[in-house]
Write a protein that binds this ligand. Structure first.
Ligand code: PGA
Length: 249
């Protein structure tokens, strides 16, 4: 059986003082969550602070993106090896905000994914369609294209050792959530696509749902057969709310 995983994506939020309060509040709240793994993905400058507070506390941490290159003349870039120095376990790659706002193409996302694997960390590969893509009936094609770029570069076995997140773009930060059935249908599609190439990889792949997950809707989403947890944005910034989501997993 796949174990459940709940990951908070803080996005570009927080500061030293508020992070300290949030992380210190999470530790006792998450102490009773033994049936699910929990993690937070924080902005780069706060990885050291997060490591210092969370090390040994049973909560993992990670980064929200990395540069596709290992080192060199890439001003402003942060490599997977650099974030690994701060005890990260996870790195989100291909988040829709990176794709839409920062121009990460499928090919760039595939390179970032490979760079994270090479550094010994676990990529969380985000895929998902816009509302226009869903309504015009190309949702599955879009998700397949996003997955295939990664599979072409890292192989399906590589994907099988990582985490995927289905994040319908229309549900991110909008308060709109895919219904459990809508999400389950896409999760099943993703798993099937991997399983067609490698049954074990498909079976073992944790697929998180992301897009306006809250304490009030988490349990219904997490009860679906192919939903293995969540990638949580806004609700991850409130300790009690994030802990309640982790408890629902
Ligand atoms: P949201 O964000 O929970 O605020 O909708 C999810 C995400 O972007 O990972």
């Amino acid at each position: 059986m796949r174990s459940k995983l709940v990951v908070g994506n803080w996005k570009m939020n927080g500061n030293l003082a508020s992070n300290q309060t949030l992380l210190k509040s999470l530790i006792p709240l998450l102490a009773s969550v033994t049936h699910a793994r929990c993690a937070v993905c924080v902005p780069y400058p706060y990885l050291a602070q997060t490591e210092q507070i969370l090390r040994g506390q049973g909560v993992s941490w990670g980064a929200q993106d990395v540069c596709e290159y290992e080192h060199g003349a890439f001003t402003g870039g942060v490599s997977a090896g650099m974030v690994a120095d701060f005890g990260c376990r996870f790195v989100i790659v291909g988040h829709s905000e990176r794709r839409a706002l920062f121009g990460d193409t499928d090919a760039v996302v595939a390179k970032k994914f490979a760079a994270v694997l090479k550094a010994g960390l676990t990529p969380i590969l985000c895929v998902g369609e816009t509302l226009a893509e869903r309504e015009s009936g190309v949702m599955e094609q879009v998700i397949a294209r996003q997955m295939d770029a990664v599979i072409a570069l890292s192989g399906v076995a590589g994907l099988g050792q990582t985490v995927m997140a289905y994040e319908p773009v229309w549900a991110i930060g909008t308060g709109k959530t895919a219904t459990p059935d809508e999400a389950q249908a896409v999760h099943a599609f993703i798993r099937e696509r991997v399983a067609e190439l490698d049954v074990r990889a498909g079976d073992g792949l944790p697929i998180l749902y992301g897009g306006s997950v809250k304490a009030s809707n988490a349990a219904q989403l997490f009860a679906m057969a192919d939903i293995d947890g969540g990638l949580i944005g806004g609700a991850a910034l409130v300790a009690e709310e994030f802990a309640a989501i982790c408890k629902a997993a």
